[in-house]
Design a protein around this ligand. Sequence first.
Ligand code: NCD
Ligand code: ZN
Length: 349
Amino acid sequence: MSQKIQELEILTPDDWHVHLRDGEALSFTVPATARCFARAIIMPNLVPPVVGVAQAEAYRGRILEHVPADSHFEPLMTLYLTDSITPEEINKAAASSVVHACKLYPAGATTNSQSGVSDLAHLDSVFAVMEDVGLPLLIHGEITEAEVDIFDREKQFIEKHLIPIHKKFPKLKIVLEHITTADAVDFVERTSSSVAATITPQHLLFNRNDMLVGGIKPHLYCLPILKAGRHQKALQMAAISGNPKFFLGTDSAPHARNTKEAPCGCAGCYSAPFAIELYATIFEQLGALDRLEGFASRFGAEFYGLPVNQSKIVLQRSEQTLAEKLPYVDESGIVPLAAGSPLHWKLRS
Ligand code: NCD
Ligand code: ZN
């Protein structure tokens, strides 16, 4: 009988997609992410959004105030693309040491995307500069036309927008964020090395039945929405494939409990406090713990052209039950992803 490994040492991972929010929330979210990630790509969908280098620098400063004293956590900032972003601002971003990518939210696609891009044609001159200077374009890949079914929005975005963008700007580095479908896996696999994708723990661990059968689970509601089991399977296979085009991005997106458990609940899963343990759990279930380090700690840095971390973390086998609720900005608290479920790994501190 094969014996289960008790300890796993990997290079310190990075999170290539996280929402830390602002203000009081930072005192919860920053330590949760800095706990195990050396760096993180910080999403810019604040209200108002982070649209320029000056705002990104100021936001970075507010984040750094909450980094625990014993941590070297480095926030990698992004700009939120709007219809009025200019090529000059992109050049400024590329020259700054603070901004590492630009995020494209189609207007209305998700939380705080009201000021997103209404017509991609507006951005041709901006994409041309990004391609030139090597600044990655991070995409929330969902079409927003009201008549398009929510489960088809990613697939249609790829066909209608992503393929044309990639054709027009073949060297533009693109990360299709939080992919949810076999179609996205397919697209990324057959496209050149300038296109990659992040995968979240919720889309690896769950499918839409988990969210909808036997009662609706608002804490599994995120965007892009969980898809059918066959899509979950395709994402799992991509994550453990060892293909460097697929890497870790939690999309940890905190919302207070009372805004999720509501008649019109917010989209987003909060995974930061247990993120690496959740990924380890699913990689182990898939018999691929040996592939975790590439996915979590190497491929993202390589894609962004940054050095791989030198330090290491140790995960220890340990049976624990994930907290049902954690403290957050109001007395309703926050319910983490997979709350109340068994967890088989623990980060050694
Ligand atoms: C994110 C949020 O809450 O900011 N929500 C989500 O469901 N993922 C926005 C996003 O990444 O779509
Ligand atoms: Zn996100």
